[in-house]
Ligand binder design. Structure first.
Ligand SMILES: Cc1cc2nc3c(=O)[nH]c(=O)nc-3n(C[C@H](O)[C@H](O)[C@H](O)COP(=O)(O)OP(=O)(O)OC[C@H]3O[C@@H](n4cnc5c(N)ncnc54)[C@H](O)[C@@H]3O)c2cc1C
Length: 666
């Protein structure tokens, strides 16, 4: 019996549910620190909390050994600013990111990520992740330091981004969690935070969850909690096999961490910032098509007649050689690198890229589609490092792309990869395999915003910390997620050391138990989670898409409320898996509401935030250059104004390093 279809045809029935059902059973878990979400940030938070003497429980939606966006690997580690070859200090880097984001990012998060990023990576090395060219495979290459054997990406002069062999990084940190006796609860969808006396805005003292195999209800008691649940996919786009996050990301990441924080009364920043749904389900398998982005940075792109598309530096000057694609231009301080959660880059830090006027030149007939990636034009070491080293370590490319292509006879020295054929404007971004213009413009993605945290990575709620990519305002990419996880775990453990055990509120737990089990008792002629998810995505597309105004946003909020009170109440789940997905829909509605409230609060458009209000078209007026932290109490959204530079103002001091030293807990 090999497939589902074989089974159904042979037996004429559906298989039995394969796990024992424990609906109505309650399991209590007690620890000093609870980590919610076992991606790279969560696992690192758990390790660090345990190293700091805390007992730790971790709740993970999938299996923490491979779950999350980083579960399938990583080929380059950003922000290793204190590595022995780096010419960029954590402060240089933080200021570069802060200036590029026009202040709409978190200074503490960026500084902490780069101050401790190299230390975090060295810990990964001790856990079995290869971070040096120990086999001397690339000896003498421009991107290698022959003494330390470290290898660099994007900027071979300033050397703060490292190429690493990270295909096994998740299993390595998973093993370390097991060694440190972290109490790992896989297949659990967390559904709510518990607060002291059950009051919104109070200290966070626990969480509830449902096991998506058995249906068992879990109550976690903890003195401190770290939320690291990744991004909010499935919010703007969902048709069963076509999610907003595509095959690129993890379908379990659907904003639950943001939602439970919003329900508990925590404060968020920049939730109005979104970006095009470039990596939505309308794209191709990651890195399967020609492109010159990220892992493929530097790859020559040619047109149907073999004519090469020029590369330019961050100031737009044409580059003559392949070597220059990996060096800063004359007007640049250093190259920041792509994929660090930044919507725009100042000229001084911008990456080299394909000529940005490529769409126009295609339109005029200067380049003929289709385009191809021709790696045979690369120097041998560059070709080998991209194809044989990076593709075999980057997430989701080792087997689907490298193995499949190689087995099929693809030879990067002789063969070319074709780019998708798109409208000319699709070639404005060099990630051609993403959806580009093939995704409808109203499909957006959450971007940049998240929990507003202080220099301890503590949220506005006592006992609650945030780490990782999307749930953290200003979170970056893989290396940054490990690093903020490691830092937040340490802070949570330190807090837990001095904190009293708080009693969770019985009524709050009972209410959550009822909510979490209600869909099991609904009649089967109602609707299921997929229809609800589809409706949520439709509301977001129509009322909170690329352009919005007061009316569309208010209509969106009204429709979300209707959905919550009518269809969602009637929706059923026939097994623990469906129950988990349906409970995630509750969270998706909350995240949608949070984004729409945040969008209503900014009465101006902003190029920096990729945020366009039809009723307030003026772009980035001076008086709106601030954060608008938002929280929810008693169903009311509450907004305040906060200086973009607040992290260097009282009660903090004006220096990054001093703030770090005061708060880092080392
Ligand atoms: C294919 C791919 C390749 C990438 N390559 C690179 C790279 O080379 N370099 C780089 O810097 N970055 C890269 N990135 C980005 C990087 O992987 C992410 O930035 C990083 O993994 C984010 O870490 P995280 O722990 O915050 O989130 P994730 O790793 O996504 O982990 C979030 C975890 O939370 C869990 N979760 C969600 N909801 C719940 C819930 N309700 N209850 C319990 N658990 C929950 C999820 O199951 C998941 O395990 C890549 C991403 C992808 C998808």
């Amino acid at each position: 019996m090999t497939t589902w279809h074989d089974y159904v045809q042979a037996t004429s029935r559906l298989p039995e549910w394969p796990y024992p059902l424990r609906f109505g059973k309650v399991k209590e878990v007690v620890s000093d620190v609870l980590v919610i979400g076992g991606g790279v940030a969560g696992c690192r938070a758990a390790i660090s909390a345990a190293q700091n003497g805390a007992t730790v429980a971790l709740a993970e939606r999938g299996n923490a050994k491979r779950s999350g966006a980083g579960g399938s690997g990583v080929d380059h580690w950003h922000g290793a600013c204190t590595n022995p070859c780096s010419r960029v200090t954590p402060e240089d880097y933080t200021r570069a990111v802060f200036d590029s984001a026009h202040g709409y990012t978190s200074g503490p998060v960026r500084y902490i990520s780069t101050r401790e990023g190299w230390d975090t990576l060295q810990e990964a090395e001790r856990l079995g992740v290869q971070i040096r060219d120990v086999g001397d495979e690339f000896k003498g290459a421009d991107f290698r330091d022959d003494e330390s054997k470290l290898m660099f990406a994007y900027d071979y002069l300033n050397r703060h981004i490292l190429r690493i062999w990270g295909f096994n990084i998740k299993p390595a940190i998973f093993r370390e969690m097991q060694r440190l006796k972290v109490d790992i609860h896989n297949r659990v969808v967390i559904t709510s935070l518990l607060t002291e006396n059950g009051i919104q805005g109070n200290r966070v003292v626990g969480a509830t969850g449902v096991n998506t195999r058995t249906g068992e209800f879990l109550v976690f008691h903890a003195k401190a909690i770290v939320i690291s649940t990744g991004s909010a996919g499935r919010l703007w786009s969902f048709v069963p096999e076509l999610t907003a996050s595509s095959s690129m990301s993890d379908m379990n990441n659907c904003g639950v961490g943001l939602a439970i924080g919003w329900e508990a009364g925590a404060e968020f920043a920049c939730m109005e910032q979104t970006m095009p749904g470039r990596l939505s389900g309308f794209g191709y398998a990651p890195y399967s098509m020609a492109n010159a982005h990220n892992t493929y940075h530097g790859t020559p792109i040619v047109d149907a007649n073999g004519k090469e598309v020029p590369w330019v530096d961050g100031s737009g000057n044409e580059l003559k050689s392949v070597a220059e694609r990996f060096l800063p231009g004359p007007k640049q301080k250093f190259i920041l690198g792509d994929g660090i959660g930044l919507a725009s880059y100042n000229e001084e830090y911008r990456n080299n890229s394909l000529a940005p006027d490529l769409p126009e030149r295609i339109r005029k007939g200067e380049f003929t589609l289709p385009l191809y990636a021709d790696m045979s034009r690369l120097p041998e070491a560059e070709r080998r490092v991209i194809f044989n080293m990076m593709l075999t370590n980057e997430g989701k490319t080792r087997v689907p792309i490298f193995d499949t292509f190689t087995r099929a006879g693809f030879d990067p020295e002789a063969d070319m990869l074709q780019a998708p054929v798109m409208l000319p404007q699709g070639y404005a971004h060099s990630n051609f395999w993403g959806a580009g213009v093939n995704a409808p413009a109203n499909i957006r993605a959450q971007s940049g915003g998240g929990f507003l945290v202080d220099w301890n990575l503590r949220t506005s709620l006592e006992g609650l910390y945030a780490a990782g990519g999307a749930p953290l305002f200003g979170g970056g990419c893989h290396g940054e997620s490990h690093t903020t996880g490691r830092y937040a775990g340490r802070q949570a453990a330190l807090y837990a050391r001095g904190a009293a055990v708080a009693k969770p509120d019985k009524d709050q737990i009972q209410r959550e138990l009822c909510r979490a089990q209600a869909p099991l008792a609904k009649p089967r002629d109602g609707i299921g989670w997929k229809e609800i998810n589809y409706a949520i995505a439709r509301i977001m597309q129509d009322y909170c898409g690329a352009y919005k105004n007061e009316q569309t946003l208010n209509a969106g909020l009204r429709l979300m409320q209707d959905l919550r009170e009518t269809e969602l109440q009637a929706a059923y789940a026939s097994n623990p898996h469906e129950l988990g997905r349906l409970l995630e829909c509750h969270s998706l509605i909350s995240v949608g509401e949070l984004i729409m409230h945040a969008s209503l609060s900014r009465k101006a458009s902003s190029r920096h935030l990729d945020f366009y209000r039809l009723d307030y078209p003026e772009l980035d007026p001076h008086e709106w250059a601030m954060l608008l932290p938002i929280k929810q109490l008693g169903g009311q959204a509450m907004i305040r104004e906060l200086s973009l530079n607040h992290h260097l103002e009282a009660p903090y001091n004006g220096d990054y390093e001093q703030n770090y030293r005061q708060h880092c807990g080392l």
